[in-house]
Design a protein around this ligand. Structure first.
Ligand code: ZN
Length: 509
């Protein structure tokens, strides 16, 4: 979660980078060609047990300890479908406007790999759980509708470990972990759109609480099918599949790289070979892995050990009731209900927990914009630096709201609030007790400030003369001196007023 937040925070910086990347591309040949991109997103579902057995899905256990005869593929064992995994898939389907099929079928996808002990993966082929969805994705300054072809449920394979000396080791803990595969139609045209699509998908699965969305740990994975064609033509070019893009940065780099590679080949009169490429983020290069398989290579057939999945209207409605407010809806609400600028709404709804935190703060203060400013600035800065989850942030929403209210009531200045905030974080104290302990209450009493103004003016006659000679800037010097004298506690607005009043008196003398 914490890594996510930090990567989310750099989102805007990354946007800048691909605008840069794309500009280079567009200068050369992008006027002639367009890319056609479809994404396959694999999301690891947050169920406690695996999809066809009772083994734990916990991450990080010793190799080959979360296993049983079923996920090890022993002969004669029978899989049992995890109901929660089906519910999560339906929830996703509903969130992205899919049709939920009343009947869907699990199918065997046959292939050999050392980390797939059964020799086949249980997936879905002809009848997936969800079909024909649609989501809005940011594209330049507008929204673009991207169609979703299907969402299906499948099991993950194990993991081959190649970097331990000369041996290849196999860890089967991940075998049978539930995965949801979301397949888009080839509606994406640029790396930037692909990025926005993936960002939206991650936001949605996180809002739904069905996947942690962590690309670095592999719980959200993405493959891209890419082809290019001459602009204005409808016929699709030969596509390649790029795999192994394990960060948002990789996705945009790898896609741009592949688009350029294909255009270069076509420009030189060559032909694109249908193949699967593995992206190497360290080398910024894609390597051919194998020629691309066709569906018939897998000999899909209905899984004989599992009944078709039947989702009744009643069950579907029950699941629909669990749908939370989704990112788009929430962003709109932040603009209309809390009167926040679009920029603030975007940042605050990037994750459900940040949006929840904001809404909790507003239930203790009416100053929505200050709440937004504090969260976007001071709170998220610490969250990102210390890689915290905002749900565990040491200053809970009510305490932040109190701090904002103390500023608005004039009890403390904004400057003092910024000064004591780090202590609220490190000591877990509330603002009021720190203010009391350190005697930081703002001086708003006119006569006390007047006395200090008089005192400072008296001891700085040279500067007074400069002011009277027309050097208005000196006023800032006096404000500084008074704030220093009062250890920052004087109300700055009052200080300015009283100083001006005093100088006007001096002028007229
Ligand atoms: Zn098992």
């Amino acid at each position: 979660m914490s890594i996510l937040l930090s990567s989310e925070f750099t989102f805007r910086i990354l946007v800048f980078f691909y605008i840069f990347d794309i500009r280079i591309l567009s200068m050369e040949t992008n006027n002639k060609y367009e890319a056609v991109i479809g994404l396959e997103v694999h999301a690891q579902l947050l169920t406690r047990s695996k999809v066809f057995c009772g083994c734990s899905t916990e991450f990080g256990n010793p190799p080959n300890t979360n296993v049983c005869p079923i996920c090890l593929g022993h002969p004669g064992v029978l899989p049992v479908l995890n109901k929660k995994a089906v519910e999560f898939t339906v929830l996703m389907g509903l969130a992205v406007n899919c049709r939920i099929n009343e009947k869907s079928v699990l199918a065997r996808k046959n292939y050999f790999y050392p980390d797939l002990p059964k020799g086949y993966q249980i997936s879905q082929y002809e009848l997936p759980i969800c079909e024909d969805g649609l989501i809005n994705v940011d594209s330049d300054d507008s929204l673009k509708k991207i169609r979703i072809k299907r969402i299906h449920l499948e099991e993950d394979a194990g993991k081959s470990i190649h970097d331990q000396g000369y041996e290849t080791l196999v860890d089967l803990n991940r075998c049978g972990t539930p995965l949801m595969e979301i397949v888009s139609e080839p509606d994406l045209r640029t790396a930037k759109e692909a990025y926005s699509y993936l960002y939206k998908m991650r936001q949605i699965v996180q809002y739904l609480g069905i996947c942690d969305g962590n690309m670095e740990e592999g719980s959200l994975r993405c493959d891209a099918n890419i082809s290019v064609r001459l602009k204005g033509t409808d016929k699709l070019g030969t596509k390649t599949e790029v795999k192994n893009m394990n960060s948002f940065k990789s996705v945009e780099r790898a896609i741009n790289h592949e688009i350029e590679r294909q255009i270069d080949i076509l420009e030189e009169g060559g032909e694109i070979v249908q193949e699967t490429l593995l992206w190497n983020a360290d080398l910024n290069e894609a390597f051919s892995m194998r020629s691309k398989e066709e569906a018939h290579d897998y000999r899909y057939f209905p899984e004989p050990d599992l009944l078709p999945v039947v989702i009744s209207e009643e069950w579907k409605n029950e699941i629909a009731e669990q749908l939370p407010e989704l990112p788009d809806e929430r962003r709109e609400k932040f603009i209309s209900k809390y009167k926040l600028p679009e920029y603030d709404a975007e940042i605050l709804t990037q994750t459900k927990s940040i949006a929840d935190y904001f809404e909790n703060v507003t239930s203790f203060t009416d100053d929505n914009k200050s709440a937004s400013n504090w969260i976007m600035g001071d709170v998220l800065k610490v969250i990102n630096e210390q890689k915290l989850d905002i749900r565990n942030f040491p200053v809970p929403p009510d305490k932040l709201a109190k701090l904002i209210n103390l500023i608005n009531k004039g009890t403390i200045s904004g400057k003092i609030a910024k000064d004591i905030f780090p202590e609220m974080i490190s000591e877990g104290k509330d603002a009021e007790s720190i203010i009391k302990e350190k005697d930081l209450v703002q001086i708003t009493d006119v006569s006390s400030i007047e006395n200090i103004v008089e005192k400072i003016i008296e001891s700085h006659q040279d500067e007074v003369k400069q002011f009277l000679d027309g050097k208005e800037k000196v006023l800032g010097f006096f404000v500084g001196q008074i704030m220093k004298e009062t250890k920052g506690k004087a109300n700055p607005k009052l200080v300015n007023e009283l100083l001006r009043k005093k100088f006007n008196e001096l002028k007229t003398v």
